[in-house]
Design a protein around this ligand. Structure first.
Ligand SMILES: [Zn+2]
Length: 339
């Protein structure tokens, strides 16, 4: 994992695959402990195709025998967070989706409220994107701020009248013990050093302060059903694939006590299940998602296949409801309190 990313998409030749497999074996030896629970050494698990048409090739994953979390061993190409579905520009239908997205953001605030954190107070959204959640938190009465490493996000937020600090977790200027709440929404799985990130964020929280972490759940039914094409695998961008057990262990190791774990998440779970199932039949993985992100052509053989699967949408909603009751939701939100 110390090898620098090449800057070009991985080649899909037998020689390139063999080189990646050798590198993965080396990386597994060089990676003695699970980044989630820290308990056991990782073992080679499986090789999966890139989840984005712009990031082709095979990627080796290694898994922890204790908590079941996994890591992507092969490095992500340097352009991974600028290319393909992350290429920028407004997705198709984004105007229609805006009120729904705001409702999802408000639900994140209710997770905090239910655990006892209510405005006024200082809230930081870590990996704030274009600042949508910061705006919602301010509207709810929080003294909310955000940090975001990408210039694109910071510029987009400024256009909406929201000033974000352009910084990563490692270099952000946040006063120790200054926050009543922090949110880390589908960010942690993208980081090469999730433990270092949680350690820093825990230090920013005041004693009793709350952190909300949203991540995909590798121990979910949809992860199993989707296999190598599980929508929320998002390889190679996702570096750690957490289980709930792994995430809880990571938080505890850094002085954060999990107080609630939510599996019922309309924002990601029914869509993730449905797309993962449809993805078994389409040529492009998660074709509809990529078509909406303008990252796959609309005129495609995958269009009629996807259209034919639309009647399965209510089935996916009902199924994720059942899986949530069984605590096996496709993504989870964990609320943890600083001791
Ligand atoms: Zn582990």
């Amino acid at each position: 994992m110390s090898e620098p990313a090449s800057g070009s998409s991985p080649e899909d030749t037998p020689a390139a695959r063999a080189a990646r497999a050798a590198r993965a074996a080396q990386a597994a030896q060089a990676c003695p402990a699970c980044p989630a629970c820290g308990e056991s050494a990782l073992a080679i698990w499986r090789t999966v195709p890139g989840s984005d048409p712009a990031l082709p090739g095979d990627y080796a994953l290694a898994r922890c025998a204790d908590c079941g979390s996994a890591v992507t061993l092969d490095p992500a190409p340097s352009e991974a967070h600028e290319a393909g579905a992350y290429g920028g520009g407004a997705p198709r239908g984004s105007q229609l989706a805006a009120p729904v997205l705001r409702a999802f953001d408000r639900r994140r605030l209710t997770f905090l409220a239910r655990a006892g954190a209510r405005p006024p107070g200082r809230l930081l959204d870590v990996g704030a994107g274009r600042g949508r959640f910061v705006a919602q938190a301010r509207a709810a009465g929080w003294d909310a701020a955000g940090i975001e490493p990408s210039l694109r996000g910071v510029t987009g937020a400024r256009a909406q009248g929201i000033e974000l600090q352009q910084a990563g977790i490692e270099d952000a200027a946040v006063a120790p013990g200054s926050l009543q709440a922090a949110t880390l929404w589908h960010v942690l799985e993208h980081l090469d050093d999730p433990g270092g990130a949680i350690e820093r964020i825990a230090g920013w929280l005041a004693p009793g302060g709350l952190l909300v972490v949203g991540v995909p759940n590798l121990a979910s039914i949809q992860a199993r059903a989707g296999g190598p094409r599980w929508f929320h695998l998002d390889v190679p961008r996702h570096r750690t694939h957490f289980t709930v057990a792994g995430l809880h262990a990571l938080l505890r190791r850094h002085g954060l006590q999990p107080v609630a774990t939510h599996h019922l998440l309309a924002e990601h779970n029914p869509f993730g299940l449905w797309v993962s199932l449809v993805s078994r039949a389409t040529r492009t993985p998660s074709w509809l998602y990529h078509a909406l992100k303008r990252n796959a052509p609309l005129r495609s053989r995958d269009l009629p296949i996807t259209a034919a699967a639309l009647p399965l949408v209510p089935v996916a909603i009902a199924a994720e409801l059942a899986f949530a009751l069984g605590r096996r939701g496709g993504t989870v939100a964990v609320v943890a309190r600083r001791e």
